[in-house]
Design a protein around this ligand. Structure first.
Ligand code: SF4
Ligand code: SF4
Length: 112
């Protein structure tokens, strides 16, 4: 397992928001909108939850990968479990970095 000391704060370099699971044709089409934005990806995790990932570093992460407000960091950061974090857990089933990758998946899975 990778420890936080070995890692350079990878979890502080992205912001991930779970979204509703798409069901209708319009829902699947709407997912493309996220992918039109550079630095935004969409992934399906191993629990089949859909997530949007924004590649944006927290302003309190210093150049050595340490939190500058460690004692005052918010609950979302306190609750992060190193064993469950994205460098230690294979939590991603499908990862879409571009509309083309997503459209390929839609076609293969006959979603549209
Ligand atoms: S919780 Fe995981 S991703 Fe975050 S700093 Fe620790 S090892 Fe790195
Ligand atoms: S507040 Fe600290 S622990 Fe939370 S994301 Fe920012 S740098 Fe990381």
């Amino acid at each position: 397992m990778i420890t936080c000391d070995e890692c350079e704060g990878e979890c502080c370099k992205v912001l991930v928001v779970e979204i509703e699971t798409p069901e209708s044709k319009d829902d699947f089409e709407d997912i493309k909108w996220y992918l039109y934005h550079p630095g935004v990806s969409v992934y399906i995790d191993t629990d089949n939850a859909w997530n949007v990932q924004f590649d944006t570093k927290c302003k309190y992460l210093d150049k050595n990968g340490k939190c500058l407000i460690y004692d005052k960091r918010p609950p979302v950061c306190r609750k992060a479990e190193v064993r469950e974090c994205h460098v230690n857990k294979e939590e991603i089933k499908e990862f879409f970095k571009s509309v083309e990758e997503y459209e390929g998946w839609l076609k293969r899975n006959k979603k549209l």
